[in-house]
Write a protein that binds this ligand. Structure first.
Ligand code: MG
Length: 220
């Protein structure tokens, strides 16, 4: 099973749960409505790429986009987790890229088909190492940054999440049992755009001005 690291431990990842349209400004740029409940989809854990890895654009796409997101590592699994208990189920926080084949996704949306191919292809989930949750005081005080070839492309504050992390855990666990090692991608701020072969993406999770963790990957 693919793994991620938390401090220096290696953790097996059963599945990746993803949330779409969790920032109002991103919903707007996608010309999508602001959702009344979280928009949920899955990626296989085989999509993971660690720091220093490579993202490969499948030949069916000419428009692969970056989406920088806060990632949450589940520590203790469970189902029907109350929002008030959610924080206890979090092992750590990280930063990830929800790589998206925008042209394939647009076609699927048009036909009313699932997003799985547009979102779940091999290498579609770069992720940083995780910072232990007890070293991250308040999620709303964190921010995200994505640089492509050293230029800032996306910036977002976790205070702007439409559905905060605790609410996502409560919602998702009503329908899908969370397991230790699961990763939740929590949605991207505005500024999504295309990347092309040869470019380098660097995603950061910031606490104030200090980088808590980061992941750097190249595009092929
Ligand atoms: Mg996303």
């Amino acid at each position: 099973m693919p793994t991620v690291s938390l401090d220096s431990r290696s953790i097996a990842v059963p599945k990746i749960l993803c949330i779409g349209r969790n920032y109002a400004e991103h919903a707007k740029e996608m010309k999508a409505e602001i959702p009344s409940a979280p928009v949920f989809f899955l990626k296989p854990s085989t999509a993971l790429v660690a720091d220093g890895g490579v993202v490969r654009i499948p030949s069916i796409s000419n428009d692969m986009h970056h989406e920088v997101e806060l990632t949450v590592l589940v520590g203790t699994g469970g189902s029907h987790i109350p929002e008030s208990e959610a924080r206890k189920h979090i092992a750590g926080f990280g930063v990830g890229l929800d790589m998206t084949l925008r042209d394939v996704q647009a076609e699927a949306k048009k036909k009313g088909l699932p997003w799985a191919l547009a979102k779940g292809f091999d290498t579609s989930a770069p992720v940083s190492s995780f910072v232990a949750a007890d070293r991250v005081p308040k999620v709303a005080s964190l921010s995200l940054e994505l640089l492509v070839n050293g230029q800032v492309r996306q910036r977002g504050s976790l205070a702007d999440l439409i559905f905060p992390v605790e609410q996502l855990i409560a919602y998702l666990s009503r329908f899908v049992t969370l397991e230790a090692g699961d990763i939740i991608y929590t949605g991207t701020p505005e500024g999504v755009a295309r990347v092309i072969p040869g470019e380098t993406m660097e995603a950061k999770l910031l606490g104030g001005t200090s980088t808590l963790t980061r992941v750097t990957v190249s595009v092929q």
